[in-house]
Design a binder for this molecule. Structure first.
Ligand SMILES: [Mn+2]
Length: 396
């Protein structure tokens, strides 16, 4: 690798960070069942502890996304405990995720529920979540809605849109100056006929109507299979409406597979859109990179190390695209030349440069190997196995 390329990789490494989710360390499953792992985290302290292992070994995940219902069961009263854990484990509390889908009362929706008392309850929970975020100095409140319907004719789609607009405006009014409200979209599941916020256009319109601190969150698993996600990213960038990402990979639906396990080139193309935008503006894009994965079969900490190091590697490859030459090739309609700049960057082995960077920062050259040799997994397996064996649950 020549020195100019090495410099680009180094620059990418110096700024790359990605948030990991608390729920990625807990036992989760599919609708068919949960395969319990003996080492899975069950308490918020265990989640902080496991997440801190990933950051300790990679240096690129300084914050942990929190889920209000699962991680702050006492709501605002749990803030002190989270602050304590953040200090103990050296992990910042990251985005705050309200839960508007698990309570039985949300059977027919939250912000889109025909019952006003339930819409109000959902709004109160979101306002509490914003207050929690403020208490934790968390910047982003990340909204995902399971709202939708399963059968034609059973939901008033336009009316529900108005209810969403109303409540999202009310949420936005609660934000402090620096906070952001992210609106995530998903075309189906759990609803199978219509989802209230089904795509980026709907999320964009709702974010615009909510207020200037509302942005769109792109979860890479929340698209139809053939959709061109990097184009959506490019449009949201050009509208200055891209707030953040939930990264994961998939083959069929919203599979929550390890990032880059199926289509690493797509991740490359997404990162390139962002880096190209930044280069043109000579300014960093203010975008939150987050992982949204929970692994049913892989060991959770290993899966997270694999995920974030993959994200880091692909980000470095995307940073290698020579955008000046790319612009030139595009202007000359040199299609092969332009595409080759992508392919060459993607094919470049950036691993030796990353290992050197890790070395220079005091991180292990191979974080996975270091984790396997650390003994941490054995220790937590011994500590947690008996308890976890007693909590196998079924979805049926
Ligand atoms: Mn998500």
């Amino acid at each position: 690798m020549d020195s100019r390329k090495a410099e680009r990789v180094y620059g990418a490494l110096e700024r790359f960070a990605i948030e990991i989710p608390s729920w990625g360390f807990a036992n989760t499953g599919t609708r068919f069942g949960k395969f319990s792992q003996p080492a899975a985290a069950a308490t918020i302290e265990e989640k902080f502890s496991d997440a801190s292992q990933v950051h300790r070994l990679t240096g690129i995940c300084p914050s942990i996304a929190l889920h209000v219902q699962w991680d702050l069961p006492a709501g605002l009263q749990s803030v002190g405990e989270i602050q304590r854990l953040a200090r103990v484990y050296g992990m910042q509390p990251g985005s705050i995720n309200p839960n508007l889908f698990q309570d039985q009362r949300y059977k027919y929706g939250s912000f889109g529920n025909a019952d006003k008392s339930i819409r109000d309850m959902a709004l109160r929970h979101t306002k509490d979540s914003i207050e929690i975020a403020r208490g934790l100095h968390s910047r982003d409140i990340s909204m995902w809605f399971a709202d939708g319907s399963n059968y034609p004719g059973t939901a008033n789609i336009r009316q529900r849109k108005r209810w969403f607009e109303h409540n999202l405006r009310a949420c936005h009014a609660e934000l402090s100056a620096g906070q952001r409200l992210f609106i995530e979209y998903k075309p189906f599941e759990p609803a199978f006929y219509h989802t209230d916020i089904a795509d980026w256009g709907m999320a964009l319109l709702l974010a615009r109507s909510a207020g200037p601190q509302a942005k769109v969150l792109v979860d890479t698993g929340h698209h139809y299979l053939a959709q061109n996600i990097e184009q959506i990213v490019a449009w949201l960038l050009s509208e200055e409406m891209l707030g953040g990402f939930h990264f994961n990979d998939r083959r069929y639906a919203d599979d929550d597979l390890t990032l880059g396990s199926i289509d690493p080139y797509q991740v490359f193309r997404i990162f390139h859109e962002i880096l190209y935008f930044e280069e043109e503006r000579d300014q960093r894009a203010d975008i939150a990179f987050m992982i949204d994965q929970s692994h049913n079969l892989k060991g959770k900490i290993e899966a997270m190390i694999q995920t974030v190091t993959m994200a880091q590697m692909i980000f470095c490859k995307a940073a290698l695209v020579d955008n000046a030459s790319l612009a030139e090739a595009r202007d000359k309609c040199d299609l092969v030349g332009a595409e080759s700049l992508f392919q060459d960057a993607f094919a470049t082995d950036v691993r030796p440069a990353i290992e050197e960077w890790r070395d220079s920062k005091g991180y292990p050259r191979d974080p996975m190997m270091a984790f396997r040799e650390s003994g941490y997994l054995n220790r937590i397996t011994n500590e947690r196995a008996e308890r976890n064996a007693g909590s196998v649950s079924s979805y049926a």
